[in-house]
Design a binder for this molecule. Structure first.
Ligand SMILES: [Zn+2]
Length: 432
């Protein structure tokens, strides 16, 4: 108990004050460790959108109710005027920092963005998975999972992981999955002109076989062909994930006259999940607007946060969610696509919800109103009047401390058109 209080006291809540209610008797019931009071709770997994309090005990959600007694909690966060959601689940991230070209360190970003479950999208392949497990997953405060890259070298470099088919060792990948089923939630294959030159669709056929053998979903990245989109989507099955679904590249889900491609409906009817994966090159307002106009919503909104995209105009998951909010999606629908739905996509229904008994992962936001410019990856601008700002991230019942982020890697230089135009991140804390 003393430890918990000491830890919480040492944390500066930037915008929400904490107070303490010690010592009261609880008629034999255990005290709650933390009570989050007075916010609007949005928990799509429980169809909940209402004012409520959330209690956490022993690292898990203990109760969600209209009013919970603050004297029965060791620490209290006043969240009045704020949104309380399950800790966000980001389905497309790159967190193998220090080893891969793309990887960032998750914990400092988690503390300012509300993301408590980070799903790495194929940074590690069979050769580098032991390090991902030990140096990243085990060493992080946030929850981590990963899609295993079919290429045994993973994403150590920016491109060409499939150019040498010798790296596509399906048997080795199967053994890696079998030894790491607690972490590996799917198979990743990037299929575009940068990764498959000279080998065509072959890596995706192998990834298909691998995913079938281990009975896990396949996440496929699209962008610019070849191979053409049709060859790619013909290899996708229900539960698979098409990431970068609103790309503006040649794989874009648009017809030549700028309308939504019928392939988008086909994919949704087949149960293939459309995942945003914004990143540096993969979110186009033209595609997004055509889709939303036709009533085709993404199944999952993820960031594709990495060494470049964290510098903007993606920045972080709350900024990405804010873009969809300003495109007209309702707040609960947006939250659903960053909590319940990605949790289901990785077969972890106990995450992305505030159901009592589930892990004590909670995010607190305020909705800031004003005039904001948002940008897609080609720096096309849209005006918005609301944005989500994370004020507190709680992982496993503990408030994550705000700590400085590492500076960008020396090779992580934004493309020219983004570097000269990217506005400053709203809430980034960088090292001096
Ligand atoms: Zn990615």
């Amino acid at each position: 108990m003393t430890n918990v209080i000491a830890k919480l006291r040492s944390i500066a809540f930037p915008e929400i004050m904490s107070s303490h209610g010690f010592g009261q008797q609880n008629n034999g019931h255990p005290m709650n460790d933390l009570l989050i009071r007075g916010g609007r709770v949005i928990d799509p997994a429980n169809n909940l959108d209402a004012p409520a309090d959330v209690a956490i005990r022993d690292g898990r959600i203990a109760a969600v109710a209209p009013s919970l007694d603050p004297s029965q909690a060791r620490d209290v966060i006043d969240a009045s005027g704020h949104i309380i959601t399950p800790g966000l689940v980001d389905l497309h991230t790159h967190v193998y920092w220090g080893v891969t070209y793309w990887g960032i360190e998750a914990d400092p970003v988690a503390a300012r963005s509300g993301v408590t479950t980070w799903v790495d999208a194929g940074s590690a392949g069979a050769y580098s998975f032991p390090g991902f497990r030990e140096f990243i997953c085990a060493a992080s405060r946030v929850r981590m999972f990963g899609f295993l890259n079919l290429s045994a070298i993973g994403l150590i470099a920016p491109t060409w992981e499939f150019a040498n088919l010798d790296y596509c060792d399906v048997d080795l990948a199967i053994r890696t999955v079998e030894e790491n089923r607690d972490i590996i939630v799917g198979i990743k294959a990037r299929i575009d002109h940068n990764t498959t030159r000279g080998v065509g669709i072959r890596p995706l056929q192998l990834a298909r076989a691998l995913a079938d053998r281990v009975a896990l979903p396949l996440m496929v990245h699209i962008g610019n062909g070849p191979p053409p989109l049709r060859e790619i989507i013909d290899l996708l099955r229900p539960g698979d994930i098409l990431t970068h679904c609103f790309t503006g590249g040649t794989h874009r889900l648009l017809t030549d006259d700028g309308r939504l491609s019928p392939i988008a409906w086909e994919l949704q009817q087949r149960g293939v999940l459309l995942d945003i994966g914004h990143g540096t090159g993969s979110f186009s307002y033209r595609t997004a607007e055509a889709a939303l106009q036709e009533g085709v919503f993404p199944d999952v909104i993820s960031s594709d946060i990495h060494q470049l995209s964290v510098q903007g105009p993606m920045f972080d998951l709350p900024t990405t969610l804010s873009k969809f909010l300003n495109l007209g999606m309702a707040l609960p629908d947006v939250i659903d696509r960053a909590t319940r739905r990605p949790a289901l996509a990785i077969g972890k229904p106990e995450l992305g919800t505030l159901r009592p008994g589930s892990p004590g992962d909670v995010a607190i936001f305020r909705i800031e109103e004003g005039n904001y410019a948002f940008f897609d990856v080609d720096m096309n601008e849209r005006q918005g009047n609301r944005r989500l700002i994370c004020t507190t991230t709680i992982a496993g019942g503990t408030v994550l401390p705000r700590v400085p982020e590492r500076p960008p890697a020396i090779w992580a230089i934004l493309p020219d058109h983004q570097r000269h135009n990217a506005p400053n991140a709203p809430h980034r804390t960088t090292s001096p």
